[in-house]
Design a binder for this molecule. Structure first.
Ligand code: NIG
Ligand code: FE
Length: 410
């Protein structure tokens, strides 16, 4: 064996290779005085220290908490510019959708992203990814949707492709051409939908630029019927499908994701009872984004109800320049505990195994078990409750990604 992590005070991990729902979301494996053995980029052993095999190199974890690497299953990583100028509008009480209707919001980021070169976007995203890694994220999903022309969407997606393998964080790419109606199609939404379905999606699929297709199903953006049409076409072309739904207004988005066969429904702040039941029945994973509720000053999604109804819950950052400008997944973890009232064990499952399942990676990541990728976080913390309680600090001590060790803390 290449590498042995010893003196793990507490190893905490969900188990298995399927999303965990209901009571099982809160049932995790806890082993005191544990060790993890790594061979190449995979876990070879994870269990009691006494039974661990020997290895060429030993890393003493100093009695710390060790968990799987965090999986951020919903980000808008690649974009030009920032939007701190919207802060004064927010403080003056202008709503998120009103900023968008006024040609700002997402459409502002579209302007900056179109103006940026591929090299500039790559350099910026690469810096953001190393910041993510330092906060414990070892895999991230990245959505396009700030180009809104064939060329600019491809440019964003090519950045993700270029960064896959040239920096440590593993990336999963999602096409979000249906993120907003661009200004030049304002009176002509059906033409834009046609462009997305008939030109952008086939090109993106042909060039292998994205695995999933997403749509922003919301008042004044894409309605549930339009969203279903877009996702239907995406499935025909071979994409997995997911959607931003019921973020601001309850318009039947959750129901739409269940009917459309989505792997995940994301946001769900205003999801209806019926929508939650439909999701449970069709095994749609709820990707909840509490930092967005926080930043937009919106209600928090009904996570406890979702768990009670048997929906697997994942939690992510929604990192983007408009509604969630923080890429630190520890903050949504804190909010998931303090605002959703998830237990520390449920939160851990939400940002590891369930998040992995929301992007189809449950077989290879999300738990500390032999055969899975050696994606590991060593925390400056003695137990799980501690990281959910000491919010506001980066409590990561060391990150291990595919067996490579990245020291973070002091
Ligand atoms: O998930 N809701 C739509 N998209 C993003 C926000 C994008 C933006 O404001 O730039 C979200 O919140
Ligand atoms: Fe989002």
């Amino acid at each position: 064996m290449d590498l042995l992590f010893t003196n793990i005070g507490l190893l905490a991990t969900p188990a298995g290779s399927a999303a965990r729902k209901g009571k099982a979301q809160g049932e995790i494996t806890l082993i005191e005085n544990a060790a993890i053995g790594v061979l190449g980029d995979k876990i070879f052993y994870a269990g009691p220290a006494g039974q661990a095999p020997s290895a060429a190199r030993v890393i003493d974890c100093g009695g710390r908490l060790v968990t799987p690497g965090l999986v951020d299953c919903h980000t808008h990583l690649v974009f030009g510019g920032w939007r701190e100028k919207e802060l004064s509008l927010k403080l003056a009480g202008v709503s998120y959708l009103d900023i968008l209707k006024g040609g700002g919001g997402i459409l502002n980021t579209v302007k900056y992203t179109r103006a940026a070169t591929e090299a500039e976007l790559t350099a910026k995203a690469s810096g953001l990814l190393s910041e993510m890694l330092r906060h414990g994220t070892t895999t991230a999903e990245c959505k396009s949707g700030y180009g809104l022309t064939l060329e600019d969407e491809r440019k964003q997606l090519r950045v993700v492709k270029a960064l896959q393998g040239t920096q440590p964080v593993d990336l999963v790419s999602t096409f979000l051409g249906a993120h907003a109606i661009p200004v030049d199609y304002a009176g002509n939404r059906s033409d834009y939908i046609r462009l997305v379905c008939e030109e952008m999606m086939p090109a993106v699929m042909k060039e292998g630029l994205a695995e999933y297709c997403d749509v922003f199903c919301e008042t004044a953006v894409f309605n549930p019927e339009e969203s279903a049409l877009i996702l239907e076409r995406a499935k025909e072309l071979g994409f997995g499908v997911k959607a931003h739904v019921d973020e601001i207004d309850p318009i039947g988005g959750a129901e739409m994701t269940a009917a459309a066969g989505c792997i995940s429904a994301e946001h769900l702040i205003r999801a209806s009872d019926r929508g939650i039941r439909d999701m449970a029945e069709k095994n749609v994973i709820a990707v909840l984004l509490p930092a967005t509720s926080f930043y937009l000053d919106k209600p928090f999604a009904r996570a406890r109800k979702m768990i009670a109804e048997g929906v697997a819950v994942a939690v992510a950052t929604d990192f983007n320049p408009g509604s969630s400008p923080s890429l630190n997944l520890q903050f949504p973890m804190n909010l998931a505990c303090l605002r959703y009232r998830l237990t520390p064990a449920e939160v851990l499952t939400a940002v590891t195994l369930n998040a992995a399942a929301a992007i189809g990676r449950q077989e290879s990541i999300g738990t500390l078990e032999p055969g899975k990728h050696a994606d590991i976080v060593i925390w400056d913390a003695p137990n799980l409750a501690y990281i959910l309680y000491r919010y506001g600090n980066n409590l990561v001590h060391t990150v291990v990604k595919n067996g490579k060790v990245f020291p973070v803390g002091i």
